[in-house]
Design a protein around this ligand. Structure first.
Ligand code: G1P
Ligand code: ZN
Length: 542
């Protein structure tokens, strides 16, 4: 039976960089999740009788919201729901399932790399039929709807058993509980030379993958240990836990410190990697060398043709504006397209759909290609392994040769987390005001050459996205970028992105923070970070 339940709107359901994210107790308020899910359905057209994919990263509250979403999909007229067994679907696997089975769209339950548990983070995100995050046009409509919603529809059938693979007709809708790994693993086998990687591993190449007790565990076990023959134990923390074992499932040098220390040690494996809560991010560390996501993007793009899925070359590269310009140099040398988009994977969708870009990346540990419409952590790891297997060189050799060929973009991001929201907004507003006066200003030996508030003109649908980050460019090609995070759930997070280009190979071995020291000082001064936020130093440096 279908019930129509009356409800009152919440004022705070504005989707951020990647869907709606809140603390679990906020999501547990009466009808909170239902309001948002109904607002999604109300913002879509033509889904009657069609298929909806549902899955999440396994975090606390995942199963509850999945049951609600299935019952609401039935009541709203979807013909079919495909849901991952155990409620599990990594973000890239969900994107693939939507595409492969030509679903109308998908609901992904995740707060990505944010911690999970009864008082931690939860999130709901809608992906469209191309498998990618809903564009702003739709997220804006969802928000508008959420402000006035007065009822939602839900079927009253009992909870679905999510723990066995089955296909049933329930309440007039097909509910198909599917293996979350199979289709994704098969796609990876198509794109990469599993034979070559298996061979590399059989010759003693040691790899270590940390699934961070999050969604990639089952995928990584199947792919690395079963299909590629890595020894048992190569995949760590492979069991998805609702609270991620109490850790932040964020694959950066702070939260993967143990792996980092091991990779810098004498007996380090050849290759270390990790992914985040929902499986779309990646961390790449070679024996003795951390590869920044910006460098990784450039190196993957430069070598992608070594993998079967990209053997015909790539059409173009896209990167988010704050990501370093390392990939631009690869695109320039190859004579292929290069696109600079705002932060957030949704901006790559049109470029990928139009065939203008093949590989995309963000400095925030996100890399991916046109195989899905999300960034993909395991994809990046497998492309690295494929390249290593074909080139027969170490990570450090590949990286240093890349720098020697293209120059090195020293790069770091400084995050100031949990800053007072008004103070953070004030800082950005003041910078914006100051923009016209900055060119020509000197900070130590640095002279500002240009400064603007980044706006993106989508070359495909011609939409314009304003206010995407304050850019300050210096003579010689260095730059700093300031923006506020759109994914946080507590206060504001100020992100400062710092970059210097160094063509001279004899100067490629400087410690990163040292290489960027004058720019870091300039950034603090230009934005008056201490004066406005009271912070002496960033909370996280990546
Ligand atoms: C962050 C990253 C961004 C990424 C997003 C979702 O967003 O900076 O690159 O697309 O998470 O994973 P932010 O918090 O900066 O808005
Ligand atoms: Zn993520």
């Amino acid at each position: 039976m279908i019930k129509t339940v009356s409800t009152t709107p919440y004022a705070d359901q504005k989707p951020g960089t990647s869907g709606l994210r809140k603390k679990v107790p906020e999501f547990q308020r009466p009808n909170y999740a239902e309001n948002f899910i109904q607002s999604i359905f109300d913002s879509l057209e033509g889904y009657q009788g069609k298929c909806l994919v549902i899955g999440g990263d396994g975090r606390y509250y995942n199963r509850d919201v999945i049951q609600k979403a299935i019952k609401m999909a039935a009541a709203n007229g979807f013909g079919k729901v495909m849901v991952g067994k155990g409620g599990i679907l990594s973000t890239p696997a969900a994107s693939h399932i939507i595409r492969k089975y030509k679903a109308f769209g998908g609901i992904i339950l995740s707060a990505s790399h944010n911690p999970g548990g009864p008082t931690e983070d939860f999130g709901i995100k809608y992906n469209i039929g191309n498998g990618g995050p809903a564009p702003e046009k739709i997220t804006d409509a969802i928000y508008e709807r959420s402000k006035v919603i007065d009822s939602y529809k839900i079927s009253d059938f009992p909870d679905i058993n999510l723990d066995r693979i089955a296909r049933e007709d329930i309440g007039g809708m097909i509910v198909s509980v599917i293996d979350p790994v199979e289709d994704y693993a098969a796609l990876m086998e198509e794109l990469f030379d599993f034979g070559a990687i298996r061979n590399l591993i059989s010759l003693g190449f040691r790899l270590c993958f940390d699934a961070m007790s999050a969604v990639t565990g089952p995928y990584a076990k199947e792919i690395f240990e079963i299909r590629l023959g890595a020894p048992d134990g190569s995949v760590r923390n492979f069991l998805p836990l609702p609270d991620f074992g109490g850790h932040h499932p964020d694959p950066n040098l702070v939260h993967c410190k143990e792996l980092y220390d091991e990779m810098m040690g004498d007996d380090a494996p050849d290759f270390g990697a990790a992914s985040d809560g929902d499986g779309d991010r990646n961390l790449i560390i070679g024996k003795g060398i951390y590869v920044t996501p910006s460098d990784s993007l450039a190196i993957l793009a430069a070598n992608a043709n070594l993998a079967p899925g990209y053997s015909h070359g790539i059409a173009g590269i896209a990167r988010s504006m704050p990501t370093s310009g390392a990939a631009d140099r690869v695109a320039e040398k190859r004579g292929i397209g290069m696109y600079e988009t705002p932060t957030g994977w949704k901006f790559f969708g049109n470029l990928l759909d139009a065939g203008m870009a093949t590989i995309c990346g963000e400095e925030s540990s996100g890399t991916g290609s046109n195989h899905v419409r999300e960034k993909d952590g395991l994809w990046a790891v497998l492309l690295w392994l494929n390249i290593l297997a074909v080139r027969g060189e170490s990570v450090v050799d590949i990286v240093t040769q890349h720098w020697a060929t293209y120059g090195r973009n020293y790069y770091s991001r400084h995050d100031y987390e949990g800053v007072d929201t008004d103070a953070a907004n004030g800082l950005i507003a003041a910078l914006r005001e100051k923009l016209p006066t900055l060119p020509g200003t000197k900070y130590g030996d640095l002279t500002v050459s240009a400064a603007d508030d980044f706006a993106y003109h989508d070359p495909v649908d011609k939409s314009v996205s304003q206010h995407q980050g304050i850019r300050i460019l210096f003579e010689g090609g260095s730059r700093v970028v300031f923006r506020l995070s759109g994914t946080g759930t507590t206060g504001a997070t100020l992100r400062v992105y710092i970059e210097r280009y160094e063509p001279d190979p004899t100067r490629h071995n400087i410690e990163t923070q040292e290489a960027l020291a004058d720019l870091i000082t300039a950034a603090q001064e230009i934005a008056d970070i201490k004066g406005r936020t009271g912070r002496d130093a960033p909370t996280v440096i990546t």
